[in-house]
Design a protein around this ligand. Structure first.
Ligand SMILES: Nc1nc2c(c(=O)[nH]1)N[C@@H](CNc1ccc(C(=O)N[C@@H](CCC(=O)N[C@@H](CCC(=O)N[C@@H](CCC(=O)O)C(=O)O)C(=O)O)C(=O)O)cc1)CN2
Ligand SMILES: [Zn+2]
Length: 769
């Protein structure tokens, strides 16, 4: 049996890549040093896996920004607006310009769109395809990294995103064609890359086709068949590993089982039943190796060896040991790196966990247990594992009867507002007294180095709670004054007290644990530290009321309370694997409901409950959607519906297309929704327009993911589009998302443009009226 790892985290255990990238962007370090730092991370990863006994070690799983963008550039698929920078000396300039936009040296070019990688909190850069898109082999990153590992004496397994998934992840920028039709153009170039890898000595290549977890059309299934049939014909000696993860092969299984591949990878965490389906399928060619993804790449719980061994034995009984591999369910990109760095996690909880480094050990351990079941060491390892799993399932830390009781007593009334939107709207109008095109922001203001350093000092005990609170209060005060000075209509306190919109709440809720170094890449250099939900969730005390009330005490203009919604808290945490997500979500919803009501009692008139992750939580297969949407919508409403009609509930969503779930978005019945629309030039608004979305809506007019400042003309253009599409009395004016990743100077200018444009439009429409 071989051990097979699909991918490894690339940020470094202390976020070395983040630090290096940001220093490079600020011209604080040279290109050479930046690349050296990156190479060190890659090489450490290979060496670690090699020393611990992984047989199929991935390469090209490293990326300076995003693996989809890497392939886009490799295949020369460069949008026209970047062609001028294409020829510049430093190819990384082009790469980073595509990822982040560029506004310097006479260039002013927007970034490519970014969206969620399947159902994860990782974001990829969306490839752009023209009708007759040509491809050319522009760079050899995959080959170079293979050679780099070879120089260390490690023969790796290059990982490539498969051609079909690559096309499906992109978008058409011209009408009248479907991107899957580009396969003809793509394959010859893609095969050239494969050839170069083989020439360099690659024996195995892993082709990632996670599109196989989605509902594929006949045409798309044919594209899979064609690609892999041709690939096997062209390279008869290549050992093709076809990898699918995050769900079942489902309806695509029949297609896949006929493919002439060397090994087929299954995610047995997300879809355990498919093992039987495959082993029993007539079409299954028993010469194909099955790579069993038994180690969870998406969560942090220690593996249940007994369970994994059942799968492995089932497969080896039928196929023999040489036809079965043991591996991670998906790339470990979504997992934190090293549990051993955690000094503050309660030991009871720590013993239940495994991060990437520990997962590597688990894979190797399982292999050893199967190969040498009678060795003393393995008997002991199995016994210790059993003990931990048992100890967790019976732990008193996990269960809280009061919480379970409260969830069981929920009724439909708890998730319904008192009156319909129209009635609420008129009450809110008279209380809030807002102008046409009210302006607001999404919540966070710049999380500067200074703000983060106060928190870091406070956590280390270098400053007192009172000093920390004073610093935050002062930041809130200045932010309120700034918002007043430019004339925003609904203010926010700025979220300076929060390390992250999910972790901050996790730190205050019962049932959550958090780490010091459990970083996971979200996009580019940005990382998150998802909290760990280990037990029943409840709220100990108000979490945001003091800061919001303080902000409101400084001004007569309404300040919007700011909370993260239950679905997003669930989705961006590591979740329990011992109860359904729906149950955990409702527990969180009740905690947020209590917070909403406390804010209302404190006099807060507008409360935003962010749900940016509601779309990404959607199962990958349509047949599973409704069940999810039912509990997700109910959970949001449990948290939002306790208030009086006169309290205005906002929600916010970003990074997603809502077309296919727009009825569910409407069912949330928030009085106002703000969404991200600027990078797509208001395209994302179409769903709301087609649906005749009944409540108020703030389409984003300022792309906050890039340091680029939008001009007033640009904002006006976007708003005019919105005015042509929506009833003008429903339109709010706001950025795409929070401003935490921006710096103050650009924020100030951009928001001034935004408010002035709203004022201008207001005058225009009032004159017309
Ligand atoms: N969970 C989550 N998912 C999300 C989002 C989000 O906001 N949260 N937004 C969307 C986009 N994704 C994003 C993900 C991360 C960040 C982000 O800004 N992350 C920060 C880290 C935020 C954080 O946890 N900060 C901590 C720790 C900060 C830190 O680095 N401290 C230094 C010390 C600081 C100093 O002394 O200067 C250290 O530990 O070394 C804090 O503020 O307390 C980063 O990568 O830079 C933004 C967007 C979608 N998914
Ligand atoms: Zn957002």
């Amino acid at each position: 049996m071989k051990t097979n790892l699909l991918g490894y985290p690339r940020i470094g255990s202390k976020r070395e890549l983040k630090k290096s990238s940001e220093a490079y962007w600020k011209h604080e370090i040279s290109l050479e040093n930046h690349l050296k730092n990156a190479a060190k991370i890659r090489q450490d990863n290979w060496v670690y896996q090699h020393e611990h006994g992984i047989d199929l070690i991935p390469s090209n799983d490293f990326s300076l920004y995003d693996q989809v963008l890497d392939l886009t550039l490799t295949l020369g698929c460069i949008p026209e607006r970047y062609t001028d920078i294409k020829l510049k000396e430093n190819p990384l300039d082009l790469y980073y310009a595509m990822a982040r936009g560029i506004q310097k040296d006479g260039f002013d070019i927007t970034a490519m769109e970014m969206t969620k990688w399947f159902d994860t909190n990782y974001h990829y850069i969306v490839p752009e395809f023209r009708k007759n898109q040509a491809f050319e082999l522009l760079n050899l990153k995959a080959v170079n990294e293979f050679k780099e590992a070879l120089d260390l004496g490690i023969k790796t397994k290059p990982v490539l995103i498969g051609p079909v998934t690559f096309l499906l992840l992109g978008k058409e920028t011209e009408p009248n064609f479907h991107r899957i039709d580009l396969l003809e153009n793509l394959l010859p170039v893609y095969f050239k890359l494969v050839e170069k890898l083989i020439d360099a000595g690659a024996e195995y290549i892993q082709f990632d086709e996670p599109c196989l977890t989605t509902d594929l059309s006949i045409k798309e299934q044919e594209a899979i068949t064609k690609t892999y049939t041709k690939l096997a014909e062209t390279f008869p000696d290549l050992k093709i590993i076809l990898a699918n993860y995050f769900d079942c092969y489902g309806e695509n299984l029949k297609t896949v089982l006929k493919l002439p591949v060397h090994a087929l990878h299954l995610d047995l965490i997300r879809c355990p039943l498919q093992l039987d389906d495959i082993l029993n399928a007539d079409e299954f060619n028993k010469k194909t190796i099955l790579s069993l993804g038994v180690i969870d790449g998406r969560n942090i719980w220690k593996n249940d060896f007994e369970q994994s061994l059942k799968y492995i034995k089932k497969a080896t009984t039928i196929l023999g040991k040489d036809k079965v591999w043991i591996g991670s369910s998906c790339s470990l990109l979504h997992s934190p790196i090293d549990l051993n760095l955690e000094q503050k996690l309660p030991t009871d909880i720590k013993q239940w966990l495994a991060f990437a480094k520990q997962k590597v050990e688990e894979i190797v351990s399982l292999n050893s247990i199967v190969t040498h079941p009678n060795s003393e060491e393995n008997i002991a390892a199995l016994k210790a594992n059993k003990q931990t799993i048992l100890n967790k399932s019976t732990s008193k830390l996990i269960h809280n009867d009061a919480v379970k009781n409260r969830v069981s007593k929920l009724t439909p009334k708890d998730s319904s507002r008192q009156s319909i939107f129209k009635q609420r709207q008129s009450q809110q109008k008279s209380i809030l007294n807002l102008p046409l095109f009210p302006t607001t922001t999404i919540g966070s203001f710049p999380q500067t180095k200074a703000v983060r350093s106060w928190r870091s000092k406070f956590k280390k005990g270098e400053i007192l709670q009172t000093e920390y609170d004073d610093l935050i209060e002062n930041e809130i005060k200045e932010t309120i004054r700034f918002q007043e000075s430019i004339g925003l209509d609904v203010l926010v306190h700025g979220e300076f007290e929060r390390n992250d919109m999910v972790e901050y709440f996790g730190e205050q809720l019962n049932g959550f644990a958090f780490t010091n170094f459990g970083w996971v890449q979200s996009y580019g250099s940005r990382c998150v530290k998802p909290p760990i939900i280990f037990g029943d969730v409840s709220r100990e005390h108000p979490m945001t009321v003091n800061w919001t009330a303080y902000a409101q005490s400084l001004t007569d203009i309404p300040v919007k309370g700011m909370l993260t919604g239950p679905v997003t808290i669930l989705q961006w945490s590591f979740v329990r694997n011992d109860q359904p997500r729906a149950t955990t979500c409702k527990q969180i919803a009740l905690a947020i409901r209590d917070e909403v009501l406390d804010l209302e009692s404190a006099g807060v008139k507008v409360i935003q409950i962010d749900e940016p992750a509601i779309r990404e939580g959607l199962p990958l297969r349509k047949e599973d959607w409704q069940a999810y949407l039912n509990w997700a919508i109910t959970s949001f409403k449990i948290s939002s519906c306790g208030v009086a009609d006169s309290t205005q509930i906002h929600t916010h969503m970003c990074y997603a297309e809502f077309n296919d779930i727009i009825d569910s978005v409407a069912a949330l019945d928030a009085d106002v929704i703000t969404i991200e629309t600027s990078r797509s030039n208001m395209e994302l608004l179409d769903a709301f327009v087609d649906y005749k979305y009944p409540n108020e809506i703030g389409p984003g007019v300022y792309d906050i993911h890039s340091p680029r400042i939008p001009s007033s003309e640009e904002i006006e253009g976007l708003l005019e589009k919105a005015c042509n599409l929506l009833p003008i009395e429903h339109i709010w004016v706001n950025p795409d998302c929070g401003l935490k990743t921006r710096d103050w100077p650009e924020t100030k200018v951009a928001l001034t443009h935004l408010v002035n444009t709203a004022k201008k439009l207001r005058e225009k429409f009032q004159i017309e009226a």
